[in-house]
Design a protein around this ligand. Structure first.
Ligand code: SF4
Length: 439
């Protein structure tokens, strides 16, 4: 166990009592967090953000320190709890808990973070990594969303993209889906029902765990016409980014033949738009095709640049980490903005071999941004499926290293619009509903 970092007041252990109430354990219990297989105290621990939620971890005993010993709080007294952080925060430590007392499915796919009490307030081990105003939760509280969804449904009747986003916006409270109806910032264009990977932490489809998925996958792939109509609706209304590759779909590159004419049409109708794809980066040639058609931004998901971890996590079909790196290179060659969507996990991402490869690959490829995402997954379930790793210095230290060694790379959580060239005249731009060219 590592020494407690900073702050004189003790970190006290929190747990959920059998009646569901959040409680603080009496002295001498002290709180811990987890980094991979290690239990640690070092943070930094910060006040729990206002928009965070507290989750019970049913059947999992809370682990804490009593004097020099690590012990499990008796399950009869209560179970472990965790913080689930709002967007824009990076989780630094996992909750310290033991395995479930009884066999059952893994925990639902959320980003569980360590939670404790210090000096009368709840604290968590986290770092604010991106205050980008577009994504502040306060911007998503207005009560007119259902009306805006109805307006889109009236204008685009029967559109399957609208149908999927309606569920995402109203039931799953997805911000990107809401943006589509609010016609601002970044809109979602879910395009693919299939995938060529089977990620352990896929939030749209769990093929083998039985864990509930927070964003069920679009049941049928939409047509090019439906995608163009939704993109035009968003961009005509003032939106700036349209994005393929959402949490509620599979891999968009499996639909390149359909997406290529979509991108071409949207680019022709909206020369200033950021046309973006979130992808697993499995098909470099397909990304080059989309870039030639007018795609100008991409975010590639990366859990690890190390082949053994990459394969263990993605369970890829027909591609390797070399293809993913080649995808980033091809996109840069075509002048696209390239971000790495780094799926962080304390004790894995900061392991020395992982950090070294991350830094070297980002430098070699010339990525523009590293998005620091908290991987949503049952922590112990995931650790059981990964090869062992040497301990690292922690995610906060990794962020410091990225800042020092990659000063040209932007760190954050969110995709930015690509700076557009000077706007042509309205006539030249032909701004408006994009026409679908013959395929
Ligand atoms: S690449 Fe994306 S859609 Fe495919 S399995 Fe992984 S998380 Fe799910």
């Amino acid at each position: 166990m590592t020494a407690a970092a900073g702050g004189s007041a003790p970190l006290r252990l929190c747990y959920a009592a059998p009646d569901g109430a959040l409680r603080v354990a009496h002295d001498p219990w002290r709180a811990l967090g987890r980094s991979g297989h290690r239990l640690v105290e070092d943070g930094p621990w910060v006040p729990l953000p206002r928009e965070a939620t507290v989750a019970r971890l049913p059947g999992r005993p809370a682990l804490g320190r009593r004097g020099a010993e690590v012990e499990a709080l008796p399950l009869g007294q209560g179970t472990a709890v965790a913080a689930v952080l709002p967007v824009g925060y990076l989780r630094l430590l996992l909750p310290a808990h033991g395995p479930a007392a009884a066999a059952g499915p893994p925990l639902p796919l959320y980003g569980y973070a360590a939670l404790a009490e210090r000096d009368g307030e709840l604290v968590t081990a986290a770092l604010r990594t991106d205050p980008f105003a577009w994504w502040r939760p306060a911007r998503y509280r207005s009560g007119d969303l259902a009306k805006l969804v109805a307006r889109a449904q009236a204008q685009l009747p029967g559109n399957r993209v609208v149908g999927q986003l309606r569920t995402c916006a109203l039931e799953h409270r997805c911000y990107t889906a809401q943006n589509t109806f609010r016609r601002r910032y970044e809109a979602a264009l879910p395009a693919s029902a299939a995938c060529n990977a089977d990620c352990l932490g896929c939030i749209s489809l769990q093929s083998d765990t039985g864990a509930p998925t927070p964003q069920p996958r679009i049941p049928r792939a939409p047509s090019a016409r439906e995608l163009i109509d939704v993109a035009s609706y968003h961009l005509d209304g003032g939106g700036q980014i349209v994005s393929f590759g959402q949490g509620c779909e599979g891999e968009p590159l499996l639909r390149t033949a359909v997406l290529e004419p979509v991108v071409r049409a949207v680019r022709r109708g909206f020369p200033q738009a950021t046309i973006h794809v979130n992808t697993n980066g499995s098909r470099p040639d397909d990304l080059a095709r989309l870039a030639r058609a007018g795609l100008n931004s991409a975010r590639i998901s990366v859990f690890s640049f190390t082949p053994a971890l990459f394969t263990a996590y993605y369970r890829p079909r027909g591609y390797t980490i070399e293809d993913v790196v080649a995808s980033a290179r091809r996109l840069r060659e075509h002048g696209c903005q390239v971000a790495i969507n780094l799926l962080t996990f304390p004790g894995v991402t900061d392991a020395p071999q992982e950090a070294d490869r991350l830094v070297a690959t980002c430098a070699a490829v010339g990525v523009d941004q590293v998005q620091l995402r908290t991987l949503n997954c049952d922590p112990l379930w995931l650790l059981d499926r990964l090869p062992p790793l040497a301990p690292g210095p922690g995610l906060a230290a990794l962020v410091g290293r990225l800042r020092r060694e990659l000063p040209q790379v932007q760190l954050g959580n969110f995709t930015r619009p690509v700076e557009a060239p000077p706007a042509p005249t309205a006539e030249a731009a032909g701004r408006g509903r994009a026409a679908l060219p013959p395929v």
